[in-house]
Design a binder for this molecule. Structure first.
Ligand code: AHM
Ligand code: MG
Length: 286
């Protein structure tokens, strides 16, 4: 059983990275680099810079064995005698920076391998009007706020049984009819649309407003969804489950999945219990 003492240097390195990334976002002149990431997208220079910051801070921690970044094809060995494997998305939603919407960094802390069942803790940082950090470990989800240069603990995050927000991802034209019917059904029940196109602020909003549903389903153009298991889906799944909600691929918990490759994606649904049960009912028959 790992305790908080062992997690502390990791969390501190993440906090240090977050402060440096905030500065990079604030000052960076946004230009496109020539490099493509492993999903074939043109990387923003800012992505590369954030990736370097996190790599630098986390490789200083002796307990880190391996780092795998969404921005790099292969995982990187760090300390042979370390025991943690960290999968991270350095700047999720980076294309939103130039329109001044919120973005985030996401971290999954694993042991042995990058399977969902090997994840011990997870964390994300939201760079919005304020910088907030959410850390899930040992069944609890803790919220921190950056104030006067330091992260201060604010509160534990708990979801209600049911929320009011609906955040439907993916291209609607490519949704399956039953998925569209489910999304429309929630709107007919009074749910309100909240979708910025950044999974970190979109999920953060659902967590802090007490509930709702975020979906990124399988679509005709993306049958395996868009969001990456190791860097995006598993870390948020742990957070939603610990907060008293759920995270499924339609039918099953995403935390039961075993990715074949570190960059694999999965359809995913995150929410409070009422909405997750609704998804299960709809997807049970397909
Ligand atoms: P990125 O890692 O390339 O930034 O993409 C991930 C982002 C998520 O933050 C967001 O939920 C999703 O892509 C939005 O996709 P879409 O525009 O297809 O709804
Ligand atoms: Mg991402």
């Amino acid at each position: 059983m790992q305790d908080m003492k062992e997690m502390k240097p990791l969390l501190e390195a993440i906090m240090k990275s977050a402060k440096r990334i905030k500065v990079a976002i604030d000052v960076k002149d946004i230009g496109y680099s020539q490099q493509e990431n492993s999903s074939g997208e043109t990387q923003l220079q800012l992505d590369i810079q954030c990736d370097m910051i996190i790599e630098e801070e986390l490789s200083h921690v002796p307990s880190v064995h391996t780092l795998a970044s969404e921005e790099k094809e292969d995982a990187m060995a760090v300390h042979a005698d370390g025991k943690y494997l960290i999968g991270f998305d350095p700047l999720d939603g980076s294309s939103l920076v130039d329109v001044n919407l919120s973005v985030g960094s996401i971290f999954g802390i694993y042991t042995n391998d990058f399977e969902a069942k090997s994840m011990l803790a997870s964390c994300y940082v939201v760079y919005g009007p304020r910088v907030e950090l959410v850390f899930a470990f040992e069944g609890q989800v803790r919220l921190y706020l950056l104030q006067g240069g330091e992260f201060e603990y604010v509160k534990e995050i708990k979801l209600n049984e049911k929320g009011k927000l609906n955040a439907p991802g993916g291209t609607q034209q490519n949704w399956e009819p039953y998925h569209k019917a489910m999304v429309d059904g929630l709107f007919q029940e009074g749910y309100r649309l909240r979708y910025s196109g950044g999974m970190v602020p979109d999920l953060h909003q659902i967590l802090l407003k007490g509930g709702g549903l975020f979906s990124y389903p399988a679509t005709s153009d993306k049958p395996e969804g868009k969001l990456r298991q190791v860097f995006e889906v598993f870390p948020f799944a742990m957070i939603f489950e610990y907060a008293g909600g759920g995270a499924i691929d339609g039918k099953n918990r995403v935390l039961e999945q075993s990715p074949r490759h570190v960059h694999d994606t999965s359809p995913c649904f995150f929410g409070s219990n009422y909405e997750i049960n609704r998804v299960k009912e709809v997807y049970a028959n397909v």
